[in-house]
Structure formats: structure tokens, C-alpha cells
Design a protein around this ligand. Structure first.
Ligand code: NAD
Length: 298
């Protein structure tokens, strides 16, 4: 079994590392948040006090961080991974970040003698807990194959996407579709309620009809029909509105670079921005429903 260094033990990194521990690996974790670190330790992760301590002696290092700026700091900082890990260590970034940052990490890692893959995930917190995530992995094929050996304990699907940054490209396009779907589910659910439909009856219909989607089955933004919905828990975050805004923003930036019109995506990003503007960016992204039902003023 391997020694795995892991930086970023939040909503996703926490349950992902728990599954690595369950499958027999030693996971040496680090997070700036003591609450995140404590929760991971309760699941069997070994606590460390710095990036350098987490990556010492590791066969592979994973990162699961919010944004490109965090990933750049953790890899490229003075006391970051590239400065601290043994050269040749396999490095896997599973954060969802912008393509420019991902390319910068590939370039810097290669220049410093490391193998690096971009390996973002899909499946949400429920997929992280159930070890059913989809990993999309960009990079040199040997490094992708070696990373897949460790990824198996956290995933249902491992899909090589091609060269450097193609994992992030796939993830950005997937999440553009996800958040457009979520906005549609929020509108349909609210309208169904106003038309007098029972929420469970409408959900039962939509989930076996052409209105079905992952967002409907996992993040339904109305309390009751879906146990994994944050609406059952006052929108405590499983995926924050702040991160959703970031992800749609990544798609919009990539669309500008490729001259691709994203009219719907741009509108959906404005919805998440409105949640952030009224101080709700730390709540679950499914709280977008409150812009439709009027709980959060438009
Ligand atoms: P999160 O905010 O819950 O966790 C991120 C963790 O990184 C936090 O605990 C934070 O303290 C830590 N961190 C930030 N900077 C750090 C640093 N310099 N050193 C050490 N730790 C640091 O976020 P999350 O929901 O776990 O998402 C992580 C990534 O996964 C994001 O890129 C997100 O877009 C992506 N993602 C999230 C989901 C989801 O459903 N939550 C699904 C797929 C992908």
C-alpha cells in the first residue's frame, strides 16, 4: 500500500481521503482549516502541519483546492509542493481550475523533474463519499496510468482525456452543462409548486421523464424528495455558490478564448453572482432556487 500526501481536505478532499484510508493506504493530509483537518483525522488521515510534512516520503501527492490561485500557491510557493517533494514524485491535481493555471502547473512540474496530471472529478460530495467519482485525466499517458492505480479507490470511472490540461477542459464543459441544468431545475420546481403540484409527485414524474438530470436527482433544490439535497439542510454547502460561480466563469473565459457564444452560461453566472452579492456565496449552489421563488430578492 502507498503513502499518499494530500493537500485540501474540504467537502471533497475529506471523503476522498477517507476512501483511500479504507482501501489501506496511508494518507498524510494538510489543510489550512483545522476543522477540515480534524474531520479527516477522524476518518483515519494522518495530520501534518505543513505541505512539506504532508509530501515527505509520499509515493504520490494529490491536491483538492478551491481555485487556480490556491493550486498555484500550493504547488509553486516557496514552501510548496515543488519545493518540498522528492523529485520524481507523481503529482495529481484534482481541483477544478482554469486552463492557464493548469498549464502553468504542468510546465513548472516538468521543469522541476516531476510527473504531473490534471485530474478533476465529477460526482459531488455524494460521489466522493460513495467512491463513485468520475475522474478525467490529462497528461502524459504513463503518468495518467500510474495515477489511475491510486484513483481507483475513489472512483467509478477513470477517463484519460489526452494531453496536458484536457482534463480541466472536459471538467469545465461538463460543469457549464451542470449549472445550466441546475438553474432549469430550480425554475421547473418553483413553477410546479406555484401550479399546485405536490413536490414529491412532480419530482417522481420529472425523474422518469425528459426533464431528468443529475442536478434533479442529486441536488433537487426543494426539501423532501431527494435525501442528498442541501435544501433539506438549510442549504449547508455541498458545493458552494462561490465555487459554482467560479466554474461557470472558467467556461466563460474559455469561451472568450475560443470565440464561443455562451448566452445561457453568462446568464446563469449572473444568478450565482447575485447570491454572492447578497452574502450567500458560502451556501450551497442549489440556493439559486431562492432567486426564483423570491426568498432572496431579485
Ligand atoms: P472546499 O472549499 O470544501 O475545500 C477546499 C479546501 O482547501 C478547504 O478545506 C481549504 O481550507 C483548503 N485550502 C485552501 N487553500 C489551501 C492551502 N493553501 N493549503 C491547504 N489547504 C488549503 O471545496 P470542495 O468543495 O472540496 O472543492 C474542491 C475542488 O473540487 C474545487 O475546485 C471544486 O470546484 C471541485 N469540485 C467540487 C465538487 C463538490 O461537489 N463540492 C465536485 C467536483 C469538483
Amino acid at each position: 500500500m502507498a503513502v499518499i500526501g494530500w493537500i485540501g481536505l474540504g467537502n471533497m478532499g475529506g471523503p476522498m481521503t477517507a476512501n483511500l484510508v479504507k482501501s489501506g493506504h496511508t494518507v498524510r493530509g494538510f489543510d489550512l482549516s483545522s476543522a477540515a483537518l480534524d474531520a479527516a483525522v477522524a476518518a483515519g488521515v494522518t495530520s501534518t502541519a505543513s505541505i512539506a510534512e504532508a509530501v515527505a516520503g509520499a509515493d504520490v501527492v494529490f491536491t483538492m483546492l478551491p481555485k487556480g490561485e490556491h493550486a498555484r500557491a500550493v504547488y509553486l510557493g516557496d514552501e510548496g509542493i515543488l519545493a518540498s517533494a522528492a523529485s520524481g514524485t507523481l503529482l495529481v491535481d484534482s481541483s477544478t481550475i482554469d486552463i492557464e493555471s493548469a498549464q502553468a502547473l504542468h510546465d513548472a512540474a516538468a521543469a522541476a523533474g516531476f510527473r504531473f496530471v490534471d485530474a478533476p472529478v465529477s460526482g459531488g460530495m455524494t460521489g466522493a463519499q460513495a467512491a463513485t467519482l468520475t475522474f478525467m485525466i490529462g497528461g502524459e499517458s504513463g503518468a495518467v496510468a500510474d495515477a489511475s492505480v491510486f484513483i481507483e479507490a475513489m472512483s467509478a470511472n477513470i477517463i484519460p482525456t489526452g494531453g496536458a490540461t484536457t482534463g480541466q477542459a472536459a471538467k469545465i464543459c461538463n460543469n457549464l452543462m451542470l449549472f445550466i441544468n441546475l438553474a432549469g431545475v430550480a425554475e421547473g420546481a418553483t413553477l410546479a409548486d406555484r401550479l399546485g403540484l405536490d413536490k414529491q409527485v412532480f419530482w417522481d414524474i420529472a425523474s422518469v421523464s425528459s426533464g431528468d438530470s443529475w442536478a434533479l436527482r442529486t441536488w433537487y433544490p426543494v426539501a423532501g424528495p431527494v435525501p442528498t439535497s442541501a435544501a433539506n439542510n438549510d442549504f449547508a454547502p455541498t458545493f458552494t455558490a462561490e465555487l459554482a460561480n467560479k466554474d461557470v466563469g472558467l467556461a466563460i473565459a474559455a469561451a472568450k478564448a475560443t470565440d464561443t457564444p455562451l448566452e445561457i452560461g453568462e446568464h446563469v453566472q449572473q444568478l450565482f453572482q447575485r447570491l454572492i452579492d447578497v452574502g450567500e456565496g458560502g451556501k450551497d449552489c442549489s440556493k439559486i432556487v431562492d432567486l426564483v421563488n423570491g426568498t432572496v430578492p431579485a
